[in-house]
Design a protein around this ligand. Structure first.
Ligand SMILES: *Cc1c(COP(=O)(O)O)cnc(C)c1O
Length: 360
């Protein structure tokens, strides 16, 4: 068996111990004689899996009792519609557009009401987070929307926007469980799990209870109503059962690693190795404003597209996979999620140094 260092932005690297444990349990999950994949989602064994997963997530994020945790399907992208369908009571929402995912959410919301772009960093290819301390929040806005970590561009909100009392909705797909959060500051925190938590197919929505109502936009499909899923504790229909089981294992792993504060410390150390090198390199440079740098996604360039391609190719040959930047921006991007080991980043930097010497 040989494993590569996988810098994919998503689906992305998972902890090896989780993969091993899942492999061990593949044929016979805890004496049930079957795989979790083959198991009824109404069985006793599965009930324990999903309840334990939720309890561990609640503990990790210190989720207050007046928030529900939903394990849904449709990816983060489905939330782009589900959020306005459920929350747009006044049919007005304010969007802060800091990248492609926020932009897609903003565009989707326009189908359901008046979506206002109240701030954006598009003028500089999303390379920074705009000042959000005093934005023109709409008087009747049902919520203010952000994408907290911009996976493609490598920026992160280090401070939440001042929503002037409006509900904050945040897409945390690519920074989920990477550091502690104060859940009580949000109306909804959600994310697809395939970046930092588990296999694609699960989206976790953490939503304040008073936002879960029957008062949704007319025509909202049953499957897109938070209340339906909340009332059924994510078992209205068959959930992405195997995916949730893996998420549960990752929650346990993070707990063993010391929780979110320990994760943050580790992630800061990892990212610093790479950013420090980028700051001193004569060949490579980071592409975003330093104050807004993500701990999870690190884009960089040489300034020469051919040299970038050469780097990506040689890196792949050396066992560093998926370093090509998003097709919309080019260059390189190293995604260094929770499960990327310190050694992976150290090895990458050593490789970059060698490449620099050979190509400068
Ligand atoms: C990947 C990503 C998405 C899209 O996720 P899907 O599950 O593919 O719909 C949305 N938002 C962010 C921040 C992402 O990183």
């Amino acid at each position: 068996m040989s494993r590569v260092y996988n810098f994919s932005a998503g689906p992305a690297v998972l902890p090896e111990c989780v993969l091993k444990e899942a492999a061990e349990e593949m044929m016979d999950y805890k004496g049930t004689g079957m795989s979790v994949m083959e198991m009824s989602h109404r069985s006793k064994a599965y009930d324990e899996i999903i309840k334990t997963a939720e309890a561990d997530l609640r503990e990790l994020m210190n989720i207050p009792d007046n928030y529900k945790v939903l394990f849904l399907q449709g990816g983060a992208s489905q939330q782009f519609a589900m959020i306005p369908m459920n929350l747009m009571k006044n049919k007005v929402a304010d969007y802060i557009v800091t990248g492609q995912w926020a932009k897609k959410a903003y565009q989707e919301a326009q189908k359901y009401g008046k979506a206002n772009k109240i701030a954006t960093s598009e003028d500089k290819t999303f390379s920074y987070i705009p000042d959000c301390s005093d934005l023109p929040i709409s008087e009747d806005a049902d919520y203010v929307y952000i994408c907290e970590n911009n996976t493609i561009y490598g920026t992160k909100f280090k401070e939440l926007p001042n929503t002037k009392g409006k509900i904050l909705v945040s897409d945390v797909s690519s920074c989920f469980l990477s550091e502690p959060v104060d859940v009580s500051k949000y109306g909804i925190i959600y994310g697809g799990v395939q970046k930092n938590i588990g296999p694609a197919g699960v989206v976790i929505v953490i939503i304040r209870e008073d936002l879960i109502t029957e008062d949704v936009l007319p025509g909202t499909p049953t499957m897109l109503q938070y209340k339906i899923h909340a009332d059924a504790q994510s078992l209205y229909n068959t959930p992405p059962a195997y995916g949730i089981y893996i998420c549960g294992k990752v929650f346990k792993w993070i707990k063993e690693m010391g929780g979110l504060a320990a994760m943050k410390e580790r992630n800061e150390k990892k990212a610093k190795i790479l950013y420090d090198f980028l700051d001193e390199s004569k060949l490579f440079k980071g592409t975003v404003e330093k104050k807004d740098r993500s701990l999870m996604n690190v884009p960089f360039v040489t300034g020469d597209a051919d040299l970038d391609a050469k780097f990506v190719k040689e890196a792949k040959e050396a066992g560093f996979e998926n370093l090509k930047g998003h097709r919309s921006v080019g260059g390189m991007r190293a995604s260094i999620y929770n499960a990327m080991p310190m050694e992976g980043v150290e090895a990458l930097v050593a490789f970059m140094k060698k490449f620099e010497e050979a190509n400068l």
